[in-house]
Design a protein around this ligand. Structure first.
Ligand code: NAP
Length: 286
């Protein structure tokens, strides 16, 4: 039986830190504020937004929502983004992506000023991840994996870590964050030959492929730590599943994150933590 690495205690610990920081910032007359930019009424955006609002409310972080219709013009959309970038009362911005195609997705990716880019997708933020300098923010989900390892006392130095997935929001930045923590990282993707040999060879395996229950016992061995970032809706089973065949893998490995209730539940806490960091950086507070 593996130890379950649940997300809730990690999220709670991060929220407790945020509450303390909110009080500290209030003493400087600063109310940390998250700006949310959403286009349209996509259900997965709305669900993430509800989670973020709840987390902000429980920690004392204020929220300003900028909600635009799904057919908003390019001009109005980028005007709203520019206004949020310039608004000194907004410390960090969450822009829901992908935006509708007519808004130019690549332009949208880099439209939020990196100082406020809480979800770490702009070039400035990614440069910070690449150079391991506090510039912008790492993508929240990638950072959430690191927060899980830190909370559970998993030292990454010298560990062999295999990451399955190389997207710009999860796999690729996570590989760099792990390397910044002195792990030796292997990244797998759809063109990788013989993935089981790469995952079985690792001390720690992170799955971020978005392939529901694809990774069974042939990918793992005893003693490993497994973080499952995948979140997919399994229509047949009518439940959310990760990338790992949990029932098969959990009895073999030593630690594993459940889905749901694992990495996914830490992401909004990372987002809110980033609002605090952005507010402190803007005010020059350590
Ligand atoms: P994505 O953009 O679709 O990228 C998936 C990556 O996995 C790609 O690099 C792809 O390789 C690779 N891949 C796909 N199938 C594979 C396979 N069978 N073997 C090896 N590699 C494979 O997905 P994403 O945005 O990174 O998200 C990944 C998962 O994380 C999804 O389930 C998503 O729902 C979840 N997620 C969770 C959170 C959260 O916890 N809050 C946030 C974001 C994402 P190629 O590059 O070769 O195509």
């Amino acid at each position: 039986m593996a130890e379950l690495l649940k997300g809730k205690p990690v999220a709670d610990a991060l929220s407790a830190k945020v509450r303390n920081e909110v009080e500290r910032l209030k003493a400087h007359n600063i109310t940390p504020t998250l700006g949310i930019i959403r286009v349209g009424e996509n259900e997965s955006d709305l669900s993430y937004e509800r989670g973020a609002l709840k987390r902000c409310e429980s920690t004392g972080v204020q929220v300003k929502r900028i909600i635009l219709p799904g057919d908003v013009s390019k001009e109005d959309f980028y005007k709203a983004v520019d206004e949020a970038n310039a608004d000194e009362s907004i410390h960090g911005i969450l822009m829901f992506r992908p935006v509708p195609r007519h808004l130019d997705r690549e332009r949208a990716r880099v439209a939020v000023a990196y100082e406020k880019d809480l979800d770490g997708c702009s070039d400035g933020s990614l440069a910070g991840v690449f150079t391991n300098t506090p510039k912008g923010f790492a993508p929240c989900t990638a950072q959430a994996v690191i927060e899980m390892f830190d909370y559970y006392g998993i030292d990454l130095t010298g560990k062999n870590v295999t990451v399955v997935g190389r997207s710009l929001v999860v796999g690729k930045p996570l590989a760099l964050l792990l390397m910044n923590r002195n792990a030796t990282v292997t990244v797998c993707h759809t063109r990788t030959v013989d993935i089981p040999s790469k995952t079985r060879n690792a001390d720690i395996v992170v799955l971020a492929a978005g392939q529901p229950e694809q990774f069974g016992k042939e990918y793992f061995r005893e003693g490993q730590i497994v973080a499952d970032v995948g979140i997919s809706w399994n229509e047949a089973k009518q439940k959310i599943t990760g990338d790992v065949k949990f029932d098969e893998v959990e009895p073999i490995v030593s630690m594993i994150t459940p889905v749901p209730g694992g990495v996914g539940s830490v992401t909004t806490s990372v987002l809110v933590t980033n609002v605090i960091t952005a507010a402190k950086r803007a005010a020059g507070i350590e």
